[in-house]
Ligand binder design. Structure first.
Ligand SMILES: [Zn+2]
Ligand SMILES: [Zn+2]
Length: 386
């Protein structure tokens, strides 16, 4: 039996337990760095399959690594499992977790024969937007010795090389002074006005930024009572640019908008976070092509959809891709008009189309791993890195 057929058979044996894993994670959403159950479930499943598992790596309680095989080509498969506040698994990370475990189980069966070492990295807190799991794990050595990395992410439709741009999330705090809003307003310093001015300035700034730039945020604290001049307001913002360089230029402009609010009202401004941004992604063209071929062989529709023309998102997989050759294809779960980060998308992440995507994504990754090891030029290029 050839390796790919053997991988498919092994995946078939795990099919029910992978579907159960995906649905269970979906039913128990956990926020970034709190994914205790999901991390345990993945680690247990890989441990039972003979992987050498280490949990709590890189000083992160919900991170793990699970390795198998002794081949020269060392591939990393990323498993995300964090959810979003209030909308649950609206980004389908339950599917990412199950696809990555599935790909690893299928590949493990043939790892030594194919010349592979496979490591699943459990990478917490992708949605967090600053200092995500992969950023910290990169800094702390989790990717040392790895030649390439991959993962597959759910989306409304398939897309092999999605546009992944740099992003930075940060918190903004204004401090003013309380006063009776009617009796003694002249003694107050209005921190809510400061945020209003900042938001107005950012609105005006939108005329003067690149089309590829993004600025979006929420007010996380707007005041305490209408008859108390707000002395403390807070907001959480994300800025994005095609590259870290673009994004850092945008950061200066956006900062000026927040400073304008402080200046106009006499409030004190403090900005926290944003120190460990997500970078843009560099897709490895050879790996992407191998994935594309395998996804097509599985019957996936990879015609670049027009509705993806404006698509740009960010992930800490970008940071990984600048450190080692990587891919991050999107896999469709036939959810339109529902899209990522909507509660309707959450519902789609356990649909029959999502379950099919789990199978296809896992097998496409396993087959990509097998083909990568068998491709002499790619093999040579990847191994030459260490
Ligand atoms: Zn997301
Ligand atoms: Zn996501």
């Amino acid at each position: 039996m050839d390796s790919k057929q053997a991988a498919r058979e092994r995946l078939g044996q795990a099919r029910n337990s992978l579907l159960d894993l995906s649905h269970r994670i979906h039913a128990h959403p956990e926020l970034g760095f709190e994914e205790e159950q999901a991390c345990t479930w993945l680690a247990e499943m890989l441990d039972q399959a003979g992987f050498a598992v280490k949990t709590g790596i890189c000083e992160l309680p919900t991170a793990f690594s699970a390795s198998i095989g002794k081949g020269p080509l060392h591939l990393g498969i990323m498993a995300e499992y964090d959810s979003l506040p209030s909308v649950g698994h609206a980004c389908g990370h339950n599917l990412i977790a199950a696809m990555s475990v599935g790909a690893a189980l299928a590949t493990a069966k043939v790892a030594d024969d194919a010349g592979l070492t496979v490591t699943v990295l459990g990478t917490p807190a992708e949605e967090i937007g600053n200092a995500g799991g992969k950023v910290l794990m990169l800094e702390r050595g989790a990717y040392k010795g790895m030649h390439a990395a991959m993962m597959v992410h759910p989306a409304p439709m398939d897309f092999v090389q999605p546009k992944i741009i740099a992003a930075s999330m940060f918190d903004v705090h204004y401090t003013g002074k309380e006063a009776h809003a009617s009796a003694f307003p002249e003694l107050g310093i209005n921190a809510a006005d400061a945020l209003t001015i900042a938001q107005t300035s950012i609105g005006l700034l939108r005329q003067h930024i690149r089309q590829s730039d993004r600025i979006h945020g929420i007010c996380t604290h707007g005041g305490d009572a209408p008859n108390i001049v707000p002395a403390h307001t807070a907001a959480r913002y994300i800025i994005r640019g095609e590259t870290v360089k673009d994004m850092e230029e945008l950061r200066v402009k956006v900062r000026h908008c927040f400073e304008a609010g402080a200046l106009a009202t006499g409030s004190k401004l403090e900005i926290k976070g944003g120190d460990k941004p997500y970078t843009e992604m560099r897709h490895d063209a050879d790996m992407a092509e191998i994935y594309r071929r395998n996804a097509v062989a599985l019957g996936r529709n990879l015609a670049a959809p027009e509705s993806m023309a404006r698509f740009s998102a960010s992930t800490d997989m970008g940071n990984v891709s600048l450190a080692l050759p990587s891919i991050h294809p999107m896999i469709g779960i036939d959810s339109l008009p529902a899209v990522n980060h909507q509660p309707e998308f959450t519902a789609h992440c356990i649909s029959p189309a999502a379950d099919q995507a789990l199978w296809d994504g896992a097998l496409a990754m396993a087959w990509t791993a097998i083909d990568m090891a068998a491709d002499p030029n790619l093999h040579k290029r990847l191994l030459a890195r260490h």
